[in-house]
Write a protein that binds this ligand. Sequence first.
Ligand code: 5AD
Length: 361
Amino acid sequence: MPLPLTTDRRRTGAARALIDRLSAEGRLPVDDLETLIRTATDADRAYAREAAVAVAHENFGNRVFVRGLIEFSNHCRQDCFYCGIRKSNRETERYRLDAEQILACCAAGHALGYRTFVLQSGEDSRYTTEVLVDIIGRIRATYPDCAITLSVGERGRSAYQAFFDAGANRFLLRHETATADHYARLHPAGQTLATRMECLRTLKDIGFQTGAGFMVGSPFQTVGDLARDLAFLAELRPHMVGMGPFLPQHSTPFRDEQAGDVDLTLFLLSLVRLMLPTVLLPSTTALGTARSGGREAGILAGANVIMLNLSPTDLRPKYLLYDNKPVSGDIAEMTQAARASLGALGYEIVVDRGDHPEVAR
Ligand code: 5AD
């Protein structure tokens, strides 16, 4: 005779059934996602993690893609309450890289085998459409074999189209939260979720490999908000998802808020992998900052991308989106260190373009 189920075991069975359905169908109703996030035990999270790693393995083998990040300006016209380079932060010393300096970062990365350059900045209007098109065009001409990813925030369709035509391939724009009133608590009036969503749909429509994403544990976030974030990703089906824990930055309005939970972030990474099997999913710098070994844990939860910093070493301390962001480290040594730490877990770092499988085909 079977033993009677304890409440806990029955709940575990229910969470696993939801994880299986998420894998099979690529989506779940928001209520079910909320139940899953709220009730999953450590054992359920381990179950999701193992399934996510298996799915990543089916699609990418033991390969982890590495991207070279170039933080080319920390000027920003936006004022996101969580972010260290927000406009109102008077403590941040601002800088800009010109085309030559950006190309020098690319050259350093290219010599080490990097074949994706991620150009990230605050929303800096000094880089007009023309200026960015020139920079993109020069990178494209110098490195025809490389992917160019932009992470420069909200612009209009014609600007995005011009960037694409100049040779940019991918665009990262996190949605931050898919719940409008939560969005309004993370941003000043004038920055809206509707605009963000519109940008994301435009980027996808133009043909960019597009990345959305959100912070885990941002102030005021509820489990319902997280469920809506996952449901939004299931609907948008982006090529990339950027997700890391919120980490307070000492000169922002959220300086005294609690950091996001690392284990919850890892669980959500697994759920995203199960929902979007071929998605390019970075194990983020924030995850590695929040916990030592966090970056490796992200890969072991189903992520398949890491981003290493090609920015000039002396400028890195000025690009502090959150506190304790790593700023030191020669890129050759960091690449080698990542190769060693992931190699010890059976993963191989590959420096090729690593396009989304749908695009690579
Ligand atoms: N903690 C964690 N992530 C942050 N970001 C910005 N500020 C923080 C912070 N304090 C993330 C945002 C943004 C990306 C570039 O960095 O999600 O989209």
